[in-house]
Design a protein around this ligand. Sequence first.
Ligand code: ADA
Length: 569
Amino acid sequence: MIRLFDTHEIRPIQELEGLWEFEPVDRIGEVPVNMSYGLPVPGCWESHPKFGTYQGIGLYRRKVRIERRTHLRLEFKGVSHTADVYFDGKKVAHHYNAYTAFEAIVVDVEPGEHEIRLYADNSFSEQSALHVENDYYTYGGPIRPIALEEIPDIHIERVAFFPEFKEGIWHGRWQATVRNLAAEAREVKLLLRLDGLNTFTETVRIDSKSSMTVERTQAYAAVAEWSMEQPNLYTLRAQLQQGDDLFDDWIDRVGFRSVDTEGGQLRVNGKAVLLKGVNRHEDHALAGAAFSFPDLVHDIQLIQDLGCNSVRTSHYPNDERFLDLCDETGIFVWEENHARGLTEEQMRNPNFRSQSEAVTREMVEQHGNHPAIVIWAILNECASDTPYGRAIYETELALIRRLDPTRPRAFATHHRNRDICLDLADIVSFNLYPLWYTDEDPGELMRQARGWADELGGAGKPMIISEFGADAYYGFRSRERVKGSEERQCDILAANLKAYLAEDSPLSGVYIWQFSDCRVTEATGWLLARGCTRNSKGLVDGYRRPKLAYDTVRAFFRAEKVSHSQHEV
Ligand code: ADA
């Protein structure tokens, strides 16, 4: 399943799921004599008993049958972490970063059988600036679905839709990009429609072998807004027409809602909201980073049961099926680009800027239509305390603003009063671990943090505590409530939540670190301190078994005065 709805009704599309041949190889392009294994796609090789800790290159191969001469578009929703794709022996795509999608276009494919080879590499080296040894795991393989589409010469590449409320009425700002693979310029009719609302048409002329973007703002008189309580979605349909023939389409879902930070509050549709959320790594004890649809739904069910109204996609863009579920259930999403705890030295890696900007751009372009996403964020706990780091924060936050002027931007810092970037974001956000890494009082620390924000350029901006938490090993109980026990995790989270959710709290949101335990790199250095090579601060363990703290948090989050999503799955 690629999304929770059909993304095309006219364009032929099939998901290339199933068992692909698999073999570890030494280099990209190598074709081994034998392909000894069959591995599921989507999937990651760590789920196979022989490859539980394999770090290197893996080759996935399969045949596809094409019935008539056509162009093909292969869409890879996520390959971890570097992908090289070959079609009939010719390289057609290269992409870095596990958590955003990419495409391969193959022109003039003849009827018959064809071979797809996908090389996935999850090893760490100088080449890879974002996937490094870290407090989460970089799995190997096609962790998200792969789709095969038959596309005509002229086809829709992408449609962005921005809801805007102005002069008392909802508007939709459309950006539809059409691509022409033909050797000559072509003219077609482009139909843009929200189901149940109006359709409008544009005639577009696209030069040969190029793309063009049509921009248009349309007023919508009577729309049902998207909100946490009523997550109303509209099906967006773009179609291409020549004469009477509708020959290509592109379908997505959108919602009408606004987000702003007026008066130092985070507001959705003009109403202040308090985000009560969890940080979630896309990691499961059995499936690694390759979630089945039922497992994604199960996470949403647990998150709703906890009384959360929000999720932070720490620390990378998420599977779109998860975002679809958030759209449907009215769960606010803080989505962030891919990075965790990179020092200035790591940010000076020659590939860092291009790799980091690429994932930021891809995240906003690919996920921008999800109404559930209310915050874009970047560079968790990177060098926002140095001038070199600041230049990068500035560039990436400006890039987001250019791509999407409608959502507030944030970054989570642990630099406290040494941060020098708080003026650059729309929301200030601190990762603090009182009672776990420090002995500070959560309430006092929160007020201190508000003071740092006010002094350092964050005055008048909403504030979020984007991480707090404590490790607890599932099943480890202690009458003395020692560190690492489930009881101690309850105490620490309760003390934090009591302060952060109090009547006089200055916060617009809290995100518990973290929803579920996750695997971490087995590494030398400080990561060795992570017992069982896990970050064990989950409210549930890797198998989703609730720890005692699950009910502690549930009681706080479900307390009457703070609302939660009504639309349960
Ligand atoms: C940081 C970081 C998280 C996690 C956490 C922890 O704040 O952002 O990814 O590593 O600390 O558990 O220490």
